[in-house]
Write a protein that binds this ligand. Structure first.
Ligand code: NAP
Length: 292
């Protein structure tokens, strides 16, 4: 026997996902629509968002609102929230957009640090406070789900700005759960372990890594996107109406084996030459944005 959510678990909810055109954001969006939600997705590349919206329209027969937005800019976020706040009704915000790459921390430029913090920490704060303000002014309930990484809980050598940003969003989740609880606003967070996506693989897998991605995972496999999407669907649904301030880990047990990214153990032994090779192997467009 298989158990599943009711098909209309999220019916009547409008959900805004930052970075919803690709990877895990796209997989969550697909599942949310399957469960009856209406979707708004944002990211910097409108063509990527529109391709995803088109795919979902074909699958579900419903239109997805797409908004180009760089979450590092408070003005861009405010204008995106105004557009999203169509009919005065957005029920859920998913803070999913992020940027990250591996590097020796003492060699990071201030611009690289600002870029990673800008997307995840500032972007998450602008989106959450902007949406919360609209909910509070309209006297409406709402839910914020933030996608973190294990680094928020354990730290992470070689991806330090991202660890700092995600830890900051975890602190925001706990703090606002208390401050906004009386207003009917819930904040929850999820820590995914290893869920292969093009974005994560291209930026976080050490060049020529010999470490199997399964080695650091007690359940001996990476996560399936549907497993993460189901957890997120539950947390933003009314079934989870009494859960707030919590961070849920879904990582196959890897946190208890000393962290998900086995590659870190290799990186500790890398020479300067190895790091140069790593820099050279990074996808040009993405690495240029954060290191130049
Ligand atoms: P991804 O496909 O690269 O997703 C990142 C998304 O963020 C993209 O759609 C990107 O779109 C958007 N984005 C980046 N910078 C932005 C900006 N300045 N403004 C607006 N949007 C921006 O990678 P992913 O693996 O799915 O990651 C999604 C989330 O899961 C991230 O928060 C990540 O930390 C978390 N996570 C992933 C894993 C994993 O194993 N995959 C594990 C733990 C946590 P544009 O480039 O078009 O802007």
């Amino acid at each position: 026997m298989t158990a599943d959510f009711a098909d209309d678990l999220l019916k009547g909810k409008r959900i805004l996902i930052t970075g919803g055109g690709t990877g895990l954001g796209k997989s969550m969006g697909h599942r949310f629509m399957e469960l009856g939600a209406d979707l708004i997705i944002c990211g910097r590349r409108l063509e990527v968002l529109e391709a995803t919206a088109q795919e979902f329209k074909q699958a579900f027969g419903r239109t997805v609102q797409t908004i180009a937005c760089d979450v590092r800019s408070a003005e861009s976020v405010e204008s995106m929230l105004d557009d999203a706040w169509w009919n005065g009704k957005v029920d859920v915000l998913v803070n999913n957009a992020a940027g990250n790459f591996i590097a020796q921390t003492h060699k990071l430029s201030s611009r690289a640090i600002d870029s990673v913090l800008g997307i995840c920490l500032h972007g998450g704060a602008y989106c959450t406070t902007g949406m919360g303000r609209r909910w509070i002014e309209a006297n409406r309930p709402g839910t914020v789900l933030s996608i973190l990484t294990v680094s928020a809980l354990m730290g992470a050598p070689f991806t330090v700005p991202s660890a700092m940003a995600k830890a900051g969003i975890e602190a925001m989740t706990k703090s606002l759960a208390v401050e906004w609880g009386p207003k009917g606003i819930r904040l929850v967070a999820v820590v995914p372990g290893s869920f292969p996506t093009e974005g994560a693989t291209s930026r976080l897998t050490p060049a020529g890594s010999a470490t199997s991605s399964h080695e650091g995972i007690p359940l001996r496999r990476t996560g399936k996107h549907i497993e993460l999407a189901n957890l997120c669907a539950f947390l933003v649904s009314d079934l989870a109406g009494y859960i707030t301030g919590e961070t849920v880990v879904i990582d196959g047990g890897s946190r208890y084996l000393g962290g998900a990214r086995g590659g870190v153990r290799e990186m500790l032994n890398w020479t300067d030459e190895d790091w140069e090779k790593q820099r050279a192997s990074m996808p040009v467009s993405r690495s240029a944005q954060v290191t130049s």
